[in-house]
Design a protein around this ligand. Sequence first.
Ligand code: 4AD
Ligand code: MG
Length: 505
Amino acid sequence: MHQYVREFSQYEGQEVTVKGWVANKRESKTNIFIVFRDGSGFAQCVVSLDAVGEEQFEEAKKLTQESSLAMTGMIVKDEKQMGGYELQVSSLKIYHISTDYPISNKPHGVRFLADRRHLWLRSKRQWAIMRVRNELIMGIHEFFQKDGFMQMDSPIFTGSACEGTTDLFETDYFGKPAYLAQSGQLYGEAMAMAQGKIYTFGPTFRAEKSDTPRHLAEFWMIEPEMAFYDNDMNMDLIEAFVKHLINRVIKNCKTELDVLERDISKLEMVNQKFPRVTHSDACKILRGELEVNGRNAISVQEADLAAAKKGIEEMSADIAEREKTIKGGVKKGVRKFNEAKILELRKEIGVLEEQVRNIPKWIESAKNFKDGEDFGGSDETVLTRVFDAPVMVYNWPTKIKAFYMKEVEGDPHHVKGVDLLAPEGFGEIVGGSERETDLDILVRKIKEHDLPMEEFEWYLDLRRFGSVPHSGFGLGLARMVRWACNLDHVRETNPFPRRYGRLFP
Ligand code: 4AD
Ligand code: MG
């Protein structure tokens, strides 16, 4: 048996053997420093001429990025190193020398990386994201299983649309059309009538031609469904669930969040009551007519815009200063340091320039937002900026929501839906509702939504035999990972993302 980087703290002062890959290497006359990775983590390993002898030292010189090897050596504490330990190598065995590995440690374009996703997954950042994803998955099962929910698998081939007919992937099912499931909810409702509290956790599909940082064509969704829950109980559950997940990541993914440079204090904001606002109040907040904790959504955007402009000015001045330093003629080390800093600053300026382009459009859209409309991505960003914690928007306009949502008593223009919007501009991560139980209303809604009645007969049976109030919601795993890790785009959240325009690799 060999040992793993993750267990190094248990082996301080002892000899171990590790097996893995070279993430990076630098060498001097007598030492080779390897940033080693074995899947469980990253660690510095030092191969010194004195310790391994000339023959093995020459071998080790041949190592390149992503070459595979085994090393035996002593674990020594070193606070400066990632993970806090270093391996002082006494012998090594090479499995394979990798040549011309395409992904270097320099920056690459996203397209270049996406085309090499099968290799990109090995990089430290992607490693960290996949670990956070795994932690969330564990946390999801833990939360529901401990609370008496039963996991169910809902079908992927379906005969009907759950979330509207516009974004269905059609397949040929023995000569008849079948659709890839957009949601497992309707089947979850049936199982909730058999098991009380259930959750699905499976892939779902949307044929949206949306090339945005939030949309995938294939994503994993978690959909609990609870008999005898109204929408208030549903919202309490969403809040407890999301708190549990984020706190679990904070507790168990310290190394990963550190790699991702995630500001943990932002995540800790979940540990307060999530504000709940009606859709109609949310519209007022968006237009700047209603303030939250003294914050006006429009003013916040105007301040962001001014800050971005100021940031660009300051960073441009900094770049000019550094360029002058370089031109003045300096030592190689100083020049390199300044060149790297300039690259970093240019990247940050790029982000700010995008804000300067976007914010005026966002303000325009927010100011003119009409009651009864659905929020676009930018509206969610503007809205959530006035809150620190995730915010629940409930009681939605009937005409923009799915057929199954329960009408608010005495107000057929609104339904008991709820969206949870994550802070920092991440937007919707959960969508849910109390379900309509009135058979006549459901039949009318199915007709209004132009859905084939015969496909929904089985669903209507749930209202014919022991109908009860019930609620549920869906959490998009990709969006949860994106928020937890603070990613620009959901493309990094799935091992092999499927999104508009991409099926490879
Ligand atoms: O709001 P949605 O469409 O709700 C449903 O599907 C309900 N049937 C859920 C339920 O009540 N059981 O989707 C739920 C969540 C969204 O909040 C979002 O997090 C995620 O699924 N989602 C997507 N994630 C990535 N790419 C997409 N194209 C997504 N569409 C929805
Ligand atoms: Mg939704």
